[in-house]
Design a protein around this ligand. Structure first.
Ligand code: GLC
Length: 693
């Protein structure tokens, strides 16, 4: 059941697609207070209650004990003390522990606070037994009651609509780096992967491909025949994926700028002048993507790159990030100049430093420009969390017109609930830290809960120099994430897989991903079509098992698999909790694998650095594609011959999905195939790993 409560005249966010009638009674599960700015909701929590959700944030799967703030921020240092990352994901589930107390009076519930401004979720930081949510403005609150965590999650997805479906090639392995500066760099990456026999489906073009960081341009000096390059790469099975930034460079004669000014498509200051911020190209204007005409215009600009053969994009800097604003910079520079002859003491020096550091993403700047939301003038900070979502919507709506029958890869850095209908996200500028491998594991189910299925983090870490062991362990986890992209910041060590010593192991790990593709793709499609989660905390599948609620470093992936990645340096294995008897599958390569049935309970497992280990649930199974040695990309993965892994009391069945991977004409009824195998048949596989279907 979904209950909708309307508080004041909140700005429509577009998050919800399902019409829901307003409930006029009091919110039953929380106390409600009106504040000067917005509302405050609060409720008590018992010690064993668990809070899931809030999408892209730091810390664990259970969000208790900290304050999270929805306030999209371009902050590349994702340390535990940060309250906000790039998204505004205002959905959580409070799971009430099943104690002796009467459960009916304390039902578990889902809560979506739909408001485009800042929201503070104090999940028991101030008082461990209190959940307090404070908004900065009017809002609509949805309370979802259901019989289980899965059921609540599913109802929420019905409310916010179906998830974006990426083309199948976007489930292949992808290579990126800020710093591939010219055509030769791109060709070299492609050739090196091919030389090493490591499959690859995409290479990313970071800001370096543009002419002076101008959106929708390609530097013709460094990319003399762009169309040819795109074409040649496709011949090698590789898609090029350019970045698009939110800010449009202010430059006379640059057509996107000129058109934007003429069409009145940019965000304005109070007095109607176009707002001037600065990002990579220096001074920019921001397209007013909250205005339908401006959105249509900005979206139409992607077409030029699509005409060059491009079929995937990543939208960036769309919180929007502002290095400085013209007005704020002027004030700070004047202040600094006035101190020219001063003998700066500690206070004066730190003040000056803070002034400079504080130039970026300053709250005052976000209060100084406006959107024209189709006739309604709205100050940016009131709708701040929508910007990235609407930039991505601009692109997605344009793709529907430009290429109505084809899927285009699209993901964004900033997002709000509802953006999952238009594209995916990646988790931004993480670092090459072991802690960030764990963070990535923990972020995945929280994002899925908010509908964002096409997601993954920068493998190996974006900032700082990675190490070979970190990269290998990260890859062993990332073979399960729909977006599997190795990306790094300029100035960090090179981290393409062929840069390391043990290339053979990396090759094997990537090939395992390609072998798993029929399963991973089927499970993604099931999650997308059925409004389910692809990644789940164990408690979603084992709600009666109180220990499952404690497990913060294992995940269910689709219906058959549980994973328990290794995420600490020098570890030769780890403790794993099995909530039921499962089949452990160990793989050093697609060819070298072994399976063993393991009892429910706690186990210490040795897991070598180059080993992939996962667990198959009882009476479940999964298809593994049989790859020949020359597989270069997803296009080469044979879709008619599988090996099956699983085990059963009598029979196991699996429903899997196949399509051409590119058209939007999803035919679920025709393409779902059910396969049933007997215990004996599956055991043949367990023993010799050679059974084929
Ligand atoms: C931002 C992005 C990062 C990208 C860089 C340069 O930091 O998050 O992925 O490489 O900008 O475009």
């Amino acid at each position: 059941m979904i209950y909708k409560y309307i508080y004041g005249e909140s700005i429509e966010t577009g998050a919800v697609v399902e019409a829901t009638r307003e409930c006029k009674q009091e919110v039953s599960v929380m106390q409600f207070v009106r504040t000067e700015e917005g509302i405050r909701l609060s409720c008590c929590m018992e010690p064993d209650d668990v809070v899931y959700g809030l999408g892209e944030q730091v810390r664990g799967m259970n969000k208790r004990g900290f304050t999270y703030i929805s306030d999209a921020t371009d902050d590349p240092i994702h340390t535990e003390c940060k309250h906000s990352l790039y998204g505004g994901h205002n959905f959580l589930i409070l799971n009430r522990a099943q104690t002796e107390k009467v459960v009916e009076n304390r039902p578990s519930f889902g809560l979506f606070v739909d408001t485009p401004g800042r929201v503070v979720f104090d999940v028991g930081e101030t008082k461990y037994d209190q959940l307090t949510i404070t908004t900065d403005g009017d809002c609509v609150v949805y309370v979802i009651l259901g019989d289980s965590l899965k059921e609540i999650a599913k109802q929420f997805r019905q409310l916010i609509g179906p998830s974006y479906i990426a083309p199948k090639w976007a489930f292949g392995y992808q290579q990126s780096r800020w710093g591939y500066a010219c055509e030769q760099d791109i060709r070299e990456v492609a050739d090196n992967y091919q030389r090493c026999g490591i499959p690859l489906d995409a290479i990313y073009l970071d800001i370096d491909y543009m002419e002076n960081y101008k959106d929708f341009t390609v530097d013709s000096g460094r990319f003399p025949d762009f169309q040819r390059l795109v074409h040649d790469m496709k011949e090698q099975g590789i898609h090029l994926v350019p970045i698009i930034d939110a800010g449009v460079k202010i430059e006379k004669g640059y057509s996107v700028y000129e058109e934007g000014v003429q069409g009145n498509y940019f965000c304005k200051e109070e007095d109607g002048k176009d707002f001037v911020g600065a990002v990579w190209p220096g001074k920019v204007h921001f397209p007013d993507v909250l205005n339908s005409k401006a959105r249509e215009w900005f979206g139409s600009k992607y077409e030029w790159l699509m005409e060059q053969g491009i079929d995937g994009f990543w939208n960036d800097m769309n919180e929007p990030a502002i290095f400085y604003s013209e007005n704020h910079l002027k004030t700070v520079l004047e202040e600094i100049l006035s101190m020219k002859d001063e003998n700066m003491d500690l206070h004066a020096f730190f003040h000056m430093r803070d002034q400079v550091v504080g130039l970026s993403n300053h709250p005052k700047d976000y209060q100084s420009f406006y959107h024209d939301m189709d006739g309604r003038k709205v100050r940016h900070d009131k709708v701040h969390n929508l910007y990235g979502c609407y930039m991505t919507r601009a692109a997605a709506e344009a793709f529907d017109k430009i290429a109505p029958d084809r899927r285009i890869l699209l993901f964004s850095r900033s997002s709000y609930i509802g953006m999952h209908r238009y594209g995916g996200i990646w988790t931004g500028d993480n670092s090459a830290w072991w802690g960030h491998l764990l963070l990535s594991i923990q972020q995945m189910p929280a994002l899925n809960l908010c509908g964002i299925l096409y997601t993954g983090s920068d493998i190996g870490g974006f900032g700082c120099d990675t190490t070979e062991d970190l990269m290998m362990r990260w890859m062993e986890f990332a073979i399960f994430t729909p977006l599997m992209r190795n990306h790094a910041a300029a100035g960090t060590r090179l981290q393409e897989l062929y840069q390391f010593e043990d290339i053979e192991s990396f090759r094997n790990i990537v090939r395992i991903r390609y072998g798993l593709l029929p399963y991973l793709y089927s499970e993604y499609m099931k999650a997308a079509f059925q409004g389910e989660m692809y990644f789940r905390p164990l408690s979603f599948d084992y709600p009666q098992d109180s220990h499952a609620f404690q497990v913060e470093d294992q995940l269910m992936v689709g219906e058959s698999i549980m994973i328990a990645p290794v995420y600490t340096q020098n570890a030769r294995g780890r403790y794993v909790y099995l909530p039921e008897e499962m089949l452990m599958v160990r793989m050093k390569s697609l060819e070298e694998k072994s399976c063993r049935i393991m009892e429910k309970g706690h186990h210490y497992l040795e897991i070598a650095l180059n080993e992939v280990v996962f667990f198959v649930r009882k009476n479940h199974m999964l298809p593994l594609a049989i790859l020949n040695d020359s597989v270069k990309s997803t296009a080469d993965v044979e879709t008619s011959q599988y090996e099956w892994i699983g085990y059963a009391d009598e029979v196991a069945e699996y429903v899997f999905y196949q399509d051409d991977g590119i058209s939007k004409d999803y035919p679920p009824s025709r393409e779902w195939k059910k396969v049933m195998l007997t215990k004996e048949r599956l055991e043949e596989n367990i023993n010799d790993g050679a059974g084929k279907l």
